[in-house]
Design a protein around this ligand. Structure first.
Ligand SMILES: [Zn+2]
Length: 376
Protein backbone atom coordinates (compact mmCIF):
# COMPACT_ATOMS: atom_id res chain seq x y z
CA UNK A 1 0.00 0.00 0.00
CA UNK A 2 0.94 3.62 -0.40
CA UNK A 3 0.22 6.59 1.83
CA UNK A 4 -1.26 8.15 -1.30
CA UNK A 5 -4.03 5.50 -1.23
CA UNK A 6 -5.46 7.14 1.86
CA UNK A 7 -7.37 10.37 1.28
CA UNK A 8 -6.12 13.52 2.96
CA UNK A 9 -4.35 13.28 6.35
CA UNK A 10 -1.42 15.25 4.95
CA UNK A 11 -0.17 16.43 8.33
CA UNK A 12 -0.39 12.98 9.86
CA UNK A 13 1.48 11.41 6.96
CA UNK A 14 4.25 14.01 7.05
CA UNK A 15 4.62 13.63 10.78
CA UNK A 16 4.95 9.86 10.80
CA UNK A 17 7.16 9.83 7.71
CA UNK A 18 9.47 12.20 9.58
CA UNK A 19 9.47 9.90 12.62
CA UNK A 20 10.53 7.00 10.42
CA UNK A 21 13.10 8.92 8.40
CA UNK A 22 14.75 10.30 11.53
CA UNK A 23 14.38 6.96 13.32
CA UNK A 24 12.69 8.65 16.22
CA UNK A 25 9.55 6.62 16.59
CA UNK A 26 7.83 6.74 19.98
CA UNK A 27 7.25 3.28 21.40
CA UNK A 28 3.50 3.81 21.67
CA UNK A 29 1.37 5.78 19.25
CA UNK A 30 -2.36 6.41 19.40
CA UNK A 31 -3.86 6.76 15.93
CA UNK A 32 -7.14 8.40 16.81
CA UNK A 33 -9.68 9.07 14.11
CA UNK A 34 -13.27 8.55 13.09
CA UNK A 35 -14.33 5.50 11.13
CA UNK A 36 -13.49 6.10 7.51
CA UNK A 37 -10.49 8.26 8.41
CA UNK A 38 -8.18 5.48 7.24
CA UNK A 39 -6.29 5.23 10.53
CA UNK A 40 -5.95 1.44 10.37
CA UNK A 41 -4.73 1.53 6.76
CA UNK A 42 -2.29 4.30 7.72
CA UNK A 43 -0.91 2.21 10.60
CA UNK A 44 -0.21 -0.70 8.26
CA UNK A 45 1.33 1.57 5.63
CA UNK A 46 3.48 3.18 8.32
CA UNK A 47 4.84 -0.22 9.37
CA UNK A 48 5.42 -1.05 5.71
CA UNK A 49 7.29 2.23 5.25
CA UNK A 50 9.51 1.55 8.26
CA UNK A 51 10.28 -2.00 7.07
CA UNK A 52 10.77 -1.02 3.40
CA UNK A 53 14.37 -1.35 2.25
CA UNK A 54 13.91 0.93 -0.75
CA UNK A 55 11.80 3.92 0.37
CA UNK A 56 11.02 6.38 -2.40
CA UNK A 57 9.61 9.90 -2.20
CA UNK A 58 8.17 9.36 1.24
CA UNK A 59 6.42 6.17 0.13
CA UNK A 60 7.25 2.50 0.57
CA UNK A 61 8.47 0.94 -2.69
CA UNK A 62 5.76 -1.74 -2.63
CA UNK A 63 8.17 -4.18 -4.28
CA UNK A 64 10.94 -5.17 -1.90
CA UNK A 65 10.63 -8.41 0.06
CA UNK A 66 9.43 -6.56 3.16
CA UNK A 67 6.79 -4.62 1.26
CA UNK A 68 5.52 -7.79 -0.34
CA UNK A 69 5.13 -9.44 3.04
CA UNK A 70 3.27 -6.48 4.48
CA UNK A 71 1.04 -6.37 1.42
CA UNK A 72 -0.13 -9.85 2.38
CA UNK A 73 -0.25 -8.87 6.03
CA UNK A 74 2.26 -11.66 6.56
CA UNK A 75 5.36 -9.83 7.78
CA UNK A 76 6.76 -11.78 10.78
CA UNK A 77 7.44 -8.57 12.73
CA UNK A 78 4.00 -7.12 12.17
CA UNK A 79 1.49 -8.28 14.76
CA UNK A 80 -2.19 -7.53 15.16
CA UNK A 81 -4.66 -7.61 17.98
CA UNK A 82 -8.36 -6.91 17.34
CA UNK A 83 -11.68 -7.72 18.98
CA UNK A 84 -12.97 -11.25 18.57
CA UNK A 85 -15.99 -13.20 19.70
CA UNK A 86 -14.21 -15.88 21.66
CA UNK A 87 -15.29 -19.50 21.66
CA UNK A 88 -13.77 -22.84 22.58
CA UNK A 89 -11.48 -22.83 19.54
CA UNK A 90 -11.01 -19.11 19.13
CA UNK A 91 -9.47 -17.38 22.11
CA UNK A 92 -6.89 -15.07 20.52
CA UNK A 93 -6.73 -12.69 17.57
CA UNK A 94 -4.12 -14.89 15.95
CA UNK A 95 -6.66 -17.71 15.67
CA UNK A 96 -8.56 -15.52 13.24
CA UNK A 97 -5.63 -14.00 11.40
CA UNK A 98 -6.73 -15.51 8.08
CA UNK A 99 -10.14 -13.92 8.31
CA UNK A 100 -8.60 -10.65 9.38
CA UNK A 101 -6.16 -10.64 6.48
CA UNK A 102 -8.89 -11.42 4.02
CA UNK A 103 -11.18 -8.72 5.38
CA UNK A 104 -8.50 -6.07 5.56
CA UNK A 105 -7.01 -6.80 2.14
CA UNK A 106 -10.47 -6.67 0.59
CA UNK A 107 -11.14 -3.36 2.29
CA UNK A 108 -8.34 -1.61 4.21
CA UNK A 109 -10.95 0.96 5.26
CA UNK A 110 -13.17 -1.60 6.97
CA UNK A 111 -14.88 -0.44 10.11
CA UNK A 112 -15.90 -2.23 13.26
CA UNK A 113 -19.22 -3.35 11.80
CA UNK A 114 -17.58 -4.75 8.65
CA UNK A 115 -15.28 -6.83 10.83
CA UNK A 116 -18.02 -7.96 13.20
CA UNK A 117 -20.12 -9.05 10.21
CA UNK A 118 -17.16 -11.10 9.09
CA UNK A 119 -17.05 -12.81 12.48
CA UNK A 120 -20.73 -13.81 12.29
CA UNK A 121 -20.66 -13.43 16.04
CA UNK A 122 -24.45 -13.31 16.22
CA UNK A 123 -25.32 -11.76 19.55
CA UNK A 124 -21.87 -11.87 21.06
CA UNK A 125 -20.13 -8.57 21.60
CA UNK A 126 -16.56 -9.01 20.33
CA UNK A 127 -13.92 -7.93 22.84
CA UNK A 128 -10.20 -8.01 23.51
CA UNK A 129 -9.72 -10.24 26.53
CA UNK A 130 -6.93 -10.40 29.13
CA UNK A 131 -5.54 -13.55 27.55
CA UNK A 132 -4.65 -11.42 24.56
CA UNK A 133 -2.40 -9.21 26.66
CA UNK A 134 -0.52 -12.26 27.94
CA UNK A 135 -0.02 -13.31 24.36
CA UNK A 136 1.29 -9.87 23.42
CA UNK A 137 3.97 -10.21 26.09
CA UNK A 138 4.90 -13.64 24.82
CA UNK A 139 5.06 -12.57 21.18
CA UNK A 140 7.14 -9.50 21.84
CA UNK A 141 9.61 -11.29 24.06
CA UNK A 142 11.21 -12.86 20.98
CA UNK A 143 13.70 -10.79 19.04
CA UNK A 144 12.49 -9.55 15.70
CA UNK A 145 12.85 -11.89 12.74
CA UNK A 146 14.29 -9.32 10.45
CA UNK A 147 16.48 -7.59 12.99
CA UNK A 148 14.64 -4.28 13.08
CA UNK A 149 11.50 -3.00 14.71
CA UNK A 150 8.54 -5.07 15.76
CA UNK A 151 5.10 -3.55 15.33
CA UNK A 152 2.06 -4.40 17.41
CA UNK A 153 -1.05 -2.85 15.93
CA UNK A 154 -3.98 -2.95 18.32
CA UNK A 155 -7.16 -2.15 16.46
CA UNK A 156 -10.03 -0.89 18.59
CA UNK A 157 -8.24 -0.93 21.95
CA UNK A 158 -11.50 0.53 23.32
CA UNK A 159 -12.84 -3.03 23.13
CA UNK A 160 -10.43 -4.22 25.82
CA UNK A 161 -12.01 -5.31 29.04
CA UNK A 162 -10.59 -3.83 32.24
CA UNK A 163 -8.14 -6.61 32.98
CA UNK A 164 -6.80 -6.64 29.40
CA UNK A 165 -6.39 -2.87 29.52
CA UNK A 166 -4.53 -3.00 32.83
CA UNK A 167 -2.19 -5.66 31.55
CA UNK A 168 -1.54 -3.64 28.40
CA UNK A 169 -0.79 -0.65 30.58
CA UNK A 170 1.92 -2.63 32.34
CA UNK A 171 3.46 -3.51 28.98
CA UNK A 172 3.37 0.11 27.85
CA UNK A 173 5.09 1.14 31.07
CA UNK A 174 7.99 -1.20 30.41
CA UNK A 175 7.97 -1.68 26.67
CA UNK A 176 10.05 -4.44 25.15
CA UNK A 177 13.03 -3.33 23.10
CA UNK A 178 12.59 -2.16 19.50
CA UNK A 179 8.84 -2.52 19.75
CA UNK A 180 6.32 -0.01 18.47
CA UNK A 181 2.71 -0.16 19.60
CA UNK A 182 0.12 1.52 17.46
CA UNK A 183 -3.28 1.77 19.08
CA UNK A 184 -5.77 2.42 16.30
CA UNK A 185 -8.76 3.87 18.03
CA UNK A 186 -12.07 5.50 17.14
CA UNK A 187 -13.38 6.38 20.61
CA UNK A 188 -10.66 7.72 22.88
CA UNK A 189 -13.20 8.47 25.62
CA UNK A 190 -13.61 4.70 26.10
CA UNK A 191 -9.89 4.18 26.80
CA UNK A 192 -8.29 4.22 30.23
CA UNK A 193 -6.77 7.66 30.80
CA UNK A 194 -3.64 5.93 31.99
CA UNK A 195 -3.31 4.28 28.59
CA UNK A 196 -3.92 7.60 26.86
CA UNK A 197 -1.15 9.18 28.88
CA UNK A 198 1.31 6.44 27.87
CA UNK A 199 0.86 7.00 24.16
CA UNK A 200 1.72 9.78 21.78
CA UNK A 201 -1.42 11.08 20.11
CA UNK A 202 -1.64 11.21 16.32
CA UNK A 203 -5.01 12.70 15.49
CA UNK A 204 -6.71 12.02 12.16
CA UNK A 205 -9.06 14.65 10.82
CA UNK A 206 -11.73 14.38 8.16
CA UNK A 207 -10.55 14.25 4.57
CA UNK A 208 -11.96 17.11 2.52
CA UNK A 209 -14.30 16.51 -0.42
CA UNK A 210 -11.51 17.65 -2.75
CA UNK A 211 -9.05 15.15 -1.27
CA UNK A 212 -11.45 12.23 -1.56
CA UNK A 213 -12.53 13.25 -5.07
CA UNK A 214 -8.91 13.57 -6.18
CA UNK A 215 -8.07 10.09 -4.85
CA UNK A 216 -11.10 8.45 -6.47
CA UNK A 217 -10.37 10.11 -9.77
CA UNK A 218 -6.71 9.09 -9.67
CA UNK A 219 -6.96 5.62 -8.13
CA UNK A 220 -10.28 4.27 -9.38
CA UNK A 221 -10.60 6.28 -12.60
CA UNK A 222 -13.96 7.78 -11.59
CA UNK A 223 -15.05 10.77 -13.63
CA UNK A 224 -14.47 14.08 -11.92
CA UNK A 225 -18.19 14.60 -11.54
CA UNK A 226 -18.89 11.18 -10.03
CA UNK A 227 -15.85 11.41 -7.72
CA UNK A 228 -17.17 14.73 -6.42
CA UNK A 229 -20.64 13.35 -5.97
CA UNK A 230 -19.36 10.41 -3.87
CA UNK A 231 -17.09 12.64 -1.81
CA UNK A 232 -19.84 15.16 -1.17
CA UNK A 233 -22.28 12.47 -0.01
CA UNK A 234 -19.78 10.84 2.35
CA UNK A 235 -18.85 13.91 4.40
CA UNK A 236 -15.18 13.09 4.82
CA UNK A 237 -15.68 9.37 5.43
CA UNK A 238 -13.54 7.58 2.86
CA UNK A 239 -15.08 4.17 3.51
CA UNK A 240 -18.55 5.57 2.98
CA UNK A 241 -17.45 7.32 -0.22
CA UNK A 242 -16.15 4.03 -1.57
CA UNK A 243 -19.46 2.31 -0.85
CA UNK A 244 -21.34 5.07 -2.63
CA UNK A 245 -18.99 4.78 -5.61
CA UNK A 246 -19.59 1.02 -5.81
CA UNK A 247 -23.32 1.45 -5.57
CA UNK A 248 -23.25 4.13 -8.27
CA UNK A 249 -21.20 1.88 -10.44
CA UNK A 250 -23.61 -1.01 -10.20
CA UNK A 251 -26.56 1.27 -10.74
CA UNK A 252 -25.08 2.83 -13.88
CA UNK A 253 -24.43 -0.69 -15.18
CA UNK A 254 -27.99 -1.75 -14.31
CA UNK A 255 -29.45 1.21 -16.17
CA UNK A 256 -27.35 0.49 -19.25
CA UNK A 257 -28.47 -3.15 -19.13
CA UNK A 258 -32.13 -2.14 -19.02
CA UNK A 259 -31.67 0.42 -21.79
CA UNK A 260 -30.02 -2.15 -24.04
CA UNK A 261 -32.83 -4.63 -23.51
CA UNK A 262 -35.54 -2.09 -24.25
CA UNK A 263 -33.71 -0.75 -27.31
CA UNK A 264 -33.24 -4.27 -28.65
CA UNK A 265 -36.91 -5.06 -28.02
CA UNK A 266 -38.33 -1.81 -29.38
CA UNK A 267 -36.89 -2.23 -32.87
CA UNK A 268 -36.58 -5.95 -32.54
CA UNK A 269 -33.12 -6.59 -33.84
CA UNK A 270 -31.64 -10.07 -33.46
CA UNK A 271 -28.10 -8.79 -33.72
CA UNK A 272 -28.69 -6.49 -30.79
CA UNK A 273 -30.87 -8.71 -28.66
CA UNK A 274 -28.84 -11.92 -29.02
CA UNK A 275 -25.65 -10.62 -27.40
CA UNK A 276 -27.82 -9.13 -24.67
CA UNK A 277 -29.50 -12.49 -24.04
CA UNK A 278 -26.17 -14.34 -24.00
CA UNK A 279 -24.75 -11.86 -21.53
CA UNK A 280 -27.81 -11.98 -19.28
CA UNK A 281 -28.00 -15.78 -19.33
CA UNK A 282 -24.39 -15.85 -18.09
CA UNK A 283 -25.16 -13.57 -15.13
CA UNK A 284 -26.94 -16.23 -13.14
CA UNK A 285 -30.36 -16.32 -11.59
CA UNK A 286 -29.95 -13.77 -8.80
CA UNK A 287 -28.77 -11.05 -11.14
CA UNK A 288 -31.48 -11.87 -13.64
CA UNK A 289 -34.05 -11.46 -10.89
CA UNK A 290 -32.44 -8.19 -9.88
CA UNK A 291 -32.66 -6.94 -13.46
CA UNK A 292 -36.39 -7.70 -13.51
CA UNK A 293 -36.97 -5.98 -10.18
CA UNK A 294 -35.02 -2.97 -11.30
CA UNK A 295 -37.05 -2.91 -14.53
CA UNK A 296 -40.30 -2.95 -12.56
CA UNK A 297 -39.06 -0.03 -10.52
CA UNK A 298 -38.24 2.00 -13.64
CA UNK A 299 -41.61 1.16 -15.18
CA UNK A 300 -43.38 2.51 -12.11
CA UNK A 301 -41.35 5.69 -12.44
CA UNK A 302 -42.51 5.98 -16.06
CA UNK A 303 -46.10 5.91 -14.91
CA UNK A 304 -45.41 8.64 -12.37
CA UNK A 305 -43.72 10.78 -14.97
CA UNK A 306 -46.61 10.33 -17.39
CA UNK A 307 -49.13 11.40 -14.78
CA UNK A 308 -47.19 14.60 -14.22
CA UNK A 309 -45.64 13.47 -10.98
CA UNK A 310 -42.02 14.21 -11.79
CA UNK A 311 -41.22 15.29 -8.26
CA UNK A 312 -42.25 11.85 -7.03
CA UNK A 313 -39.69 10.13 -9.21
CA UNK A 314 -36.96 8.74 -7.02
CA UNK A 315 -34.66 8.09 -9.95
CA UNK A 316 -31.22 9.59 -10.13
CA UNK A 317 -30.12 12.05 -12.81
CA UNK A 318 -29.08 9.61 -15.54
CA UNK A 319 -32.18 7.51 -14.92
CA UNK A 320 -34.40 10.54 -15.14
CA UNK A 321 -32.84 11.59 -18.46
CA UNK A 322 -33.52 8.14 -19.89
CA UNK A 323 -37.01 7.83 -18.40
CA UNK A 324 -38.14 11.15 -19.83
CA UNK A 325 -37.64 9.67 -23.30
CA UNK A 326 -38.61 6.08 -22.56
CA UNK A 327 -41.86 6.96 -20.77
CA UNK A 328 -43.31 8.00 -24.15
CA UNK A 329 -43.52 4.27 -24.95
CA UNK A 330 -45.29 3.32 -21.74
CA UNK A 331 -48.95 4.22 -21.38
CA UNK A 332 -52.23 3.05 -19.86
CA UNK A 333 -52.77 0.78 -22.85
CA UNK A 334 -49.68 -1.36 -22.30
CA UNK A 335 -48.41 -0.66 -18.78
CA UNK A 336 -50.22 -3.50 -17.06
CA UNK A 337 -49.17 -6.06 -19.61
CA UNK A 338 -45.54 -4.96 -19.51
CA UNK A 339 -45.52 -5.24 -15.73
CA UNK A 340 -47.18 -8.64 -16.01
CA UNK A 341 -44.41 -9.76 -18.40
CA UNK A 342 -41.73 -8.73 -15.92
CA UNK A 343 -43.51 -10.42 -13.03
CA UNK A 344 -44.07 -13.57 -15.06
CA UNK A 345 -40.41 -13.69 -16.04
CA UNK A 346 -39.42 -13.29 -12.39
CA UNK A 347 -41.70 -16.16 -11.44
CA UNK A 348 -40.22 -18.45 -14.10
CA UNK A 349 -36.59 -17.51 -13.38
CA UNK A 350 -37.16 -18.46 -9.77
CA UNK A 351 -38.34 -21.85 -11.00
CA UNK A 352 -35.29 -22.47 -13.15
CA UNK A 353 -36.66 -21.54 -16.56
CA UNK A 354 -34.14 -21.48 -19.39
CA UNK A 355 -33.10 -17.81 -19.42
CA UNK A 356 -32.24 -17.75 -23.13
CA UNK A 357 -35.68 -18.89 -24.19
CA UNK A 358 -37.37 -16.77 -21.56
CA UNK A 359 -35.68 -13.50 -22.47
CA UNK A 360 -36.11 -14.13 -26.21
CA UNK A 361 -39.85 -14.61 -25.68
CA UNK A 362 -39.97 -11.60 -23.47
CA UNK A 363 -38.23 -9.37 -25.97
CA UNK A 364 -40.69 -10.39 -28.70
CA UNK A 365 -43.65 -9.61 -26.46
CA UNK A 366 -42.01 -6.32 -25.47
CA UNK A 367 -41.60 -5.44 -29.12
CA UNK A 368 -45.31 -5.85 -29.63
CA UNK A 369 -46.25 -3.99 -26.44
CA UNK A 370 -43.88 -1.05 -26.82
CA UNK A 371 -45.04 -0.47 -30.36
CA UNK A 372 -48.75 -0.66 -29.47
CA UNK A 373 -50.69 2.55 -29.92
CA UNK A 374 -51.48 4.75 -26.99
CA UNK A 375 -55.26 4.67 -26.36
CA UNK A 376 -56.96 7.87 -27.36
ZN1 LIG B 1 9.69 -1.73 -0.06
Amino acid sequence: MFFADIAGQTEVKERIQRMANEERIPHALLFLGNEGSGNLATAVTFAQYVFCTNKQNAEPCNQCASCQKVNKLAHPDLHFVYPIASSKDVRLSEHLIRDFREAFLANPLMNQQDWFNELSAENKQPTIAAEESNNIIKKLSYTSYEGGYKFMIIWQPEKMNASAANKLLKILEEPPDQTIFILVCHHAEQLLTTILSRTQLVKFGLASDDEIAELFHRKYGLSDQLARYCAGMAEGNQREALLIAKEQDSHVAQLAHFQNFMRGALNFNVFKINPWIEQTAALGREKQKYFLQYGLQLLRECLLLNSGGETLVKARNEELDFLKKFSAFVHMGNYERIVEEFNKAYYHIERNANPKILFMDMSLTMNELLNSKKPA
